[in-house]
Design a protein around this ligand. Sequence first.
Ligand code: SF4
Length: 433
Amino acid sequence: MKRMDYEKIISHIHNVRYGGLPTHYPSLVSWEENIDPQKANYTWKKFFNSDSREPFSIYINIPFCKSKCKFCYIDVLSSKEVPEEYCSLLEKEMEIYKNLGAKRKKVDSVYIGGGTPNLLTSMQLKRLLKSLNSNFDLSSCRQIIMEANPGMFDRDKIEIAASFGVNAITMGIQSFDEDVSAENNRTQNIDDFFFILDLLKHKNIRINLDLLIGLTKNPQIFRKDIKFLLKAKPDQIHLYRLRPLNESFTGEQKDLLIKLQNKFFQFLLKDGYRRIDEDSCSFSGESINIQGSPDYHVYSTILGLGINAMGHVFNKMRYRNANSISQYRKKISSGFIPVHSGIFITEEQEIRHYCIIGLSNGKVSMMDMSKKFSNKAIRKILIELEKMHKKDIIAKAKTGYCIKGDTDFFNIFLSLYEKKYLTKIANKYGYWK
Ligand code: SF4
């Protein structure tokens, strides 16, 4: 296979939504459809019943929105409400995990995402959080974070969320301008925005606001968004750039968005915010989303609930749930967890992922590795890292391995990605015949 072929495959993996290079290893484009639900059940059962004190986190997907925004690339279902049936199915799914022994392990954090989770009525939200508490051990849970639309909150929902321990809310605003929202098919009412914000702050709920750069070129709207943000003073701001759905941006358009994004950040940094990554800043300099950190999505066990939810049992399995209500209903009624696609993995694959992510960020540390992996897995990967060092792909440091000034990341991926998966993806997508 030529370098060009590999480049195509790697760039394909990199661009898979929620499955790009940093997210899953092996990439979700190489997962199997219809993985064995019995084996998936058994994998969770073994995890829950193991003696280790390793905690896990939970992701709950509420994939419904009143309308689908034009720029949205997530699989959401347009609906005025969350069907009662979906809430019942979620409860049943939680019970399946409880019966597998979920309460034997402590939950470290919960993320309720979507879609629009606060499209749930007060009663539904209460039911969901109650069920969560009765099926899992939340006694040491550090965070329950929930995505929300400010126009769909009220005092009642906030009271309920706070009383069940929700301590962070992330709200997708995208733009404070109502015309821009309407042009993008967004159902958004920000009349009560500051009132809602006060209610949340009063309950000590930390707030992240998402704004989308590139929805408008109008400088007046740009100024208005900045003004509103500075007035709102949320704990964290996520300023992400518009990514086109069907056509790609030219380099020039992309550069323009980066410039605009940086300008936005200049105002925020002057106001006391600290940049935490390419797209976000916060007052504390830390991310309020525990699950967003690589320590979570790379190294920890995450239980996914609901349609399309992703899950990961560290060293054992990655999976995605059923992708439609009918499939989800059918799978739940079988008594097994409703997995659809996935892959059973080994520690060797986890450590490859660790090295891919680590080197993408500059280094892999031996000390860190020894906290997460067995000596056997480390010995094996060290042989490969040493080979990469000898080929001058990476450098050796006192504490591990690191990139060099002229490191070609393509060579890192190519050295660490198992060829069997690259071949599988190449065959699947017809990169060579
Ligand atoms: S509200 Fe969020 S999840 Fe729903 S369609 Fe709009 S961008 Fe997508």
